[in-house]
Design a protein around this ligand. Structure first.
Ligand SMILES: Cc1cc2nc3c(=O)[nH]c(=O)nc-3n(C[C@H](O)[C@H](O)[C@H](O)COP(=O)(O)O)c2cc1C
Length: 330
């Protein structure tokens, strides 16, 4: 039977352990010149403009977040239904609805500046000129940490072919964005639907990308067999969530072998173990998307969990897990 004083001693040791773990693990990561508080970011399209989540979580605890995709003009988006659950995941066809880059700068950014977190602007377009114009508008605004180019959009001028599946097109759009984005780092978010991710990754790196985000959703569809209609207003959509994690994890690993620039991994992250897997295969940071739909606080919870997990594994910086994986697996 423990005495009162031994119980107090046990409690003291437990508390001391908690305090020691919190200060001993350095969660900071560098994505090129950009230093983040920790490697957990919220992903584009699943975190609104960040402001929607401010009443729910402490935005300042995150490594940062990526805004909804921003376009030259406002976009109303796709017809409903826009989301549908699937086995271990979900389909979405939001149609890139957003307020447009100018309204983002005048209405959202001034409020976002009050937070001490990295805000990354996700940029998309249907022509090279669209991408350049969105970045040009953002360059004049204060309060952003980086740009993330979404190259999984159809290029309307080239017959709807995706920018992200052709190395020459990707080099063209990244090169043009690079020239315009003089102020800030340029991340390029790759499509997972490519034959050789290494080829595409090298094309983006060669054209001046500072980091790669791997990867976007997988084109997919689901039917209601009673009506024989698509479960989405837009017929097809993008598959995300745990179903895609093993496929995208391999893409991060392949991309890491192909380029020297940092990689941000995302796809199906829900738990700290998922985060550790992405960091081990080569992610310098990760993003959390679909999981925020079931638990809006998941990204903050993952920051706290990661700190504990690294401490438990006797690792005191984030990169140690990748170094260990590479040392053992090449
Ligand atoms: C509803 C929804 C909207 C999205 N909108 C965007 C977007 O505007 N731009 C973009 O680059 N990715 C967008 N994505 C893709 C996510 O950022 C992420 O790459 C993908 O969902 C895989 O991660 P996850 O499995 O953690 O969700 C969207 C995803 C979802 C589910």
């Amino acid at each position: 039977m423990p005495t009162f004083s031994t119980s107090i001693e046990r409690l003291r040791v437990m508390l001391l352990h908690e305090v020691t773990s919190a200060v001993a693990v350095d969660l900071h990561v560098s994505i090129g010149a950009l230093r983040l508080r920790n490697p957990i970011l919220a992903a584009s399209g699943t975190f609104g403009y960040g402001l929607e989540f401010a009443p729910l979580i402490n935005l300042n605890r995150l490594g940062g977040f990526v805004t909804k995709g921003l376009s030259r003009e406002p976009i109303e988006g796709a017809p409903a239904p826009r989301l549908c659950p699937t086995a271990s995941g979900m389909l979405n066809a939001v149609g890139l609805q957003n307020v447009g880059v100018r309204a983002f700068v005048t209405e959202k950014l001034p409020v976002l500046r009050k937070f001490d977190t990295a805000v990354i602007a996700n940029v998309f377009g249907y022509s090279l000129e669209d991408y350049v114009e969105v970045i040009r508008v953002l360059e004049d605004a204060e309060g952003l940490a980086a740009y993330e180019l979404n190259v999984s959009c159809p290029n309307v001028k080239k017959g709807g072919m995706q920018f992200g599946s052709d190395p020459a097109l990707i080099a063209e759009v990244v090169g043009a964005a690079r020239k315009t984005a003089a102020k800030r780092p340029l991340w390029v978010k790759l499509s997972p639907l490519v034959t050789d991710i290494g080829l595409i990754a090298r094309a983006a790196e060669g054209a001046g990308a500072d980091a790669l985000t791997v990867a976007n959703t997988y084109p997919a569809m689901a039917l209601d067999v009673r009506t024989l209609k698509s479960r989405l207003g837009n017929q097809t959509g993008g598959l995300s969530g745990p179903a895609i994690k093993p496929i995208t994890l391999r893409l991060v690993w392949e991309a890491r072998k192909a380029v020297k620039i940092p990689i941000i991994g995302l796809g199906g992250i829900e738990t700290v173990e998922d985060v550790l897997e992405y960091l081990a295969v080569g992610g310098s940071a990760v993003q959390v998307g679909t999981a925020s739909f079931t638990d809006p606080r998941v990204s903050q919870r993952l920051v706290e969990g990661l700190e504990k997990a690294l401490f438990g594994a006797k690792m005191f910086t984030v990169n140690e897990i990748r170094d260990k994986f590479i040392a053992e697996n090449g």
